[in-house]
Ligand binder design. Structure first.
Ligand SMILES: [Zn+2]
Length: 54
């Protein structure tokens, strides 16, 4: 299965992991603006990276 992993470089942790089957880029961007907005507001560097798990 393939996931998109949302990683905060400032908090040094994965703040979300989303199965690409159910979450497209648009949906993930939406989550960044809502669920994960506190990191963005605090000026944290948030990256999205691919995560593959069998
Ligand atoms: Zn953060």
């Amino acid at each position: 299965m393939e996931f998109k992993e949302v990683y905060c470089q400032n908090c040094k942790k994965v703040i979300g992991r989303y199965n690409i089957k159910f979450y497209n880029d648009e949906k993930i961007n939406e989550l960044l603006k809502t669920t994960h907005s506190t990191h963005i507001k605090n000026g944290h560097q948030v990256n999205i990276r691919k995560f593959v798990k069998d």
